[in-house]
Design a protein around this ligand. Sequence first.
Ligand code: ADP
Length: 460
Amino acid sequence: MRVVFATAELAPFVKVGGLGDAAAGLVSELRVLDADVEVVLPDYGILDLRVKEEIDLDVPEWAGPAIARSGSLDGFSDVTLVQAPRLERSHPYVDGDGRGWVDNDVRFMSFSAAVAALVRSDPPDVLHLNDWHTAATLGLMEAPPPSVLTIHNLAYQGTSDGGWLVAFNRRFEAFEWYGGMNPLTGAIALADKVVTVSPTFAREVLQPRGGFGVHDALAARGGDFLGILNGIDTQVWDPATDPSLSTHYDESTVSRKRAIGRLLAAEVGWGPSSEPIIGMVTRLTEQKGVDLALDVASSLGSMGARMILLGSGDRSLAAAAGRMAADSSERFVFREGYDEALAHRIFAGSDLFLMPSRFEPAGLAQMQAMRYGTIPVVTDVGGLHDTVIDADYDPENGTGFVAAEVTSASVADALSRAIRAWRSTRRRGAIRRRGMSRDWSWRRPAGKYLDLYEEIRLPR
Ligand code: ADP
């Protein structure tokens, strides 16, 4: 099975968000399953490629000159970097002020034209596209190979000027979007299979309220639109070997978390206490329900718990978290910033992990928490619904606690139930063990993608 996998990010080499992690995790596991996967990535001018082959690509004038250089990166083989005008930048998407590059439309149209040229020159069994940056590819080829589009982030669609439609020749109707051009809706219409990153999110986005304006386009694909739950990198996220931790543990030695929790408490200036620590590691955005978490945090005293929030993003949410930390530092600590080592210590040292998202395509953090024996408290949306089983409603299988509604009251209720369960050594142990023993790796998702590839590939 030969697959060309086009993506704008590949962790750890180019990583802005979840797309980079998902691309790396999925490709590595597909290779374990013996798929021959070539990753095609824009050459942003920041990677050191050991080049084996270089070819000029036959692209339209507006996209060229374009060159494909194939080789390997440190620890990652079979990568092709596409050089085209304007792709080389200090950041894949945004300038120093965090604003999207004004020519992102040309940049990713050119990348898509280069992917089309590459695929035309040596057609694979399957072309796998990811997010809007690669989506135009299907409109820039007369006869694309069987194709899969994965939508990691439906909020970004790459919509731009309708003048681009002339680039698509026969397939322009698919890309026409209210007088403009939408690469994502084009690929939603044209790909053989359209995937998003959890089964529940795939159902939610069919509703006008959760569909980011494209629910009809997705619904039109019927059974060819589906959800496959993301995995996590179980080597990076492994409490038995994690280099950020001074004490290591696994399922059978999970009680060692207490020692890590004590160190974490001391690190943030807390004295010894038998109260549980609630951790939260997140982007500070409305999506992640940080405001709900802060509402709930005002009752930490009556709940008998302490909370550590690590996050960066929205200024007003950061200011609100800062105020709460100043008012009740003995129970609530806020660390502003993006800090991977501290994130690992919070996942390991906390007893509970709070993630009250308003919507959640897949969510990685709740899986990381369960891998670390930290009991998740989540809302009942998207990938959270697919990964966390409420231990009050299903005592035999429960892995966490689920707020039925996205409200402060419902989140507070789930958190209180979690604290009650945590106080029982027996329930705490059982819930933790179930979360830790589940396979959160990319093995199962990669198998599902491979089945999808088999379903659409043409007979030889
Ligand atoms: P999203 O991709 O929507 O931000 P996910 O839960 O899917 O949410 O993935 C977020 C990832 O980023 C997780 O691995 C989480 O641990 C990490 N993360 C989020 N915020 C921070 C932070 N402030 N510092 C360190 N890691 C963070």
